[in-house]
Design a protein around this ligand. Structure first.
Ligand code: PHE
Length: 331
């Protein structure tokens, strides 16, 4: 057999091989330990110097060429097998794919994140609290009298005599004041539950609650922070009014109303200086420490910002409604 013949013969054989197993057999036949090329290399040592050089050049060239042919055929077989796989399975790879629509955060979640960011920037720490609560944290410790109407079944979802779905995020105030060292500067958000259902109320809605306890916290601090926040949230100087109010756990208490596009005053939050009784009952020295608390209805804020007339839209899962608030943030 002369030099190039073997490459031609190998090429012919390799080109008709149909699977990787047979191809491997040919690889062994030509390049394996006992293969044709290896044998040729072994014969070189018996030759004289000139022929040795000549023969080794030829052998290396053949080895390289056969290797190349095998690699090329291997790729071809792999592609053939890949295509056959789809033929077998009746898969049409040219069909357009299914569009998977990316989800996005609920507008209420986005608003919570936005509010949390504002308050963390001015030093508030974000914490969470339980939605299933006991009477002590939801009512008693907040100075809400035993006979207060909010305790009745008409207002509160009771799970048993002592356990209920929290009616306000103020329950977290008590838990934090009992657990944390002073000063306290926290913000908590989450679901609250009340027996209510109309265009302005759903049985579940969201509140954000802030609490700041330190040695010299004043009513002016409370007013300043709330004005700053509302202007930030609505992106302009909004028309608000402070109205004296009553909450059993704050004294003095106030509510803030905001003027909507229809020139109506809408109540958006309750706040006040934490009642000395509340501090005393928890064991905080109320001669040394004082503070403020506030609670905002998040759906209310969202409705005002986006001009939404019915709170129930948020929870009907109508994609056409929710899509309007889609942000670029799909996480
Ligand atoms: N918890 C009150 C409510 O649900 C709001 C509030 C929070 C008022 C904190 C004063 C201080 O209406």
């Amino acid at each position: 057999m002369i030099a190039d013949d073997i490459v031609l013969i190998a090429k012919k054989e390799i080109s008709v091989v149909k699977n990787l197993k047979d191809l491997n057999m040919l690889k062994i036949k030509y390049l394996g330990k006992k293969g044709y090329i290896t044998k040729q290399f072994m014969l070189i040592k018996n030759l004289d110097k000139n022929n040795r050089i000549y023969k080794s050049i030829i052998c290396n060239k053949q080895k390289k060429q056969i290797k190349k042919i095998i690699i090329k055929r291997k790729k071809e077989i792999e592609i053939e097998q890949y295509n056959n796989k789809f033929l077998d399975q009746n898969i049409d790879v040219s069909l357009p794919g299914k569009y998977i629509s990316p989800g996005s955060k609920h507008p209420i979640t986005n608003i919570i994140y936005e509010i949390e960011e504002f308050f963390t920037n001015i030093g508030f720490k974000i914490i969470t609290g339980p939605e299933i609560e006991d009477v002590y944290h939801n009512f008693d410790a907040l100075n809400i009298s035993k006979y207060h109407p909010t305790r009745t079944e008409q207002d509160t979802f009771w799970l048993d005599k002592n356990i209920l779905l929290r009616t306000q995020t103020s329950n977290v105030q008590i838990r934090i004041m009992k657990q944390h060292k002073l000063p306290i500067k926290i913000l908590t958000s989450g679901k609250v539950y009340r027996h209510d259902y109309d265009s302005n109320h759903t049985p579940m809605f969201h509140q954000i609650e802030g609490l700041f306890i330190n040695k010299k916290v004043t009513f002016v601090d409370l007013k300043g922070i709330l004005i700053l926040f509302l202007n930030f949230f609505f992106g302009k100087k909004c028309k608000i009014r402070f109205r004296p109010s009553y909450f059993p756990f704050t004294e003095p208490s106030l509510e803030i109303d905001i003027l909507n596009n229809n020139k109506e005053w809408i109540e958006i939050l309750g706040a006040g200086m934490v009642h000395p009784y509340v501090l005393k009952n928890i064991g905080i020295n109320n001669n040394k420490y004082c503070g403020f608390a506030f609670g905002l209805g998040i759906e209310r804020l969202a409705m005002l910002r986006y001009n939404i007339s019915d709170i129930r839209f948020f929870y009907e899962n109508d994609i056409r409604f929710l899509k309007q608030f889609r942000s670029n943030n799909f996480i």
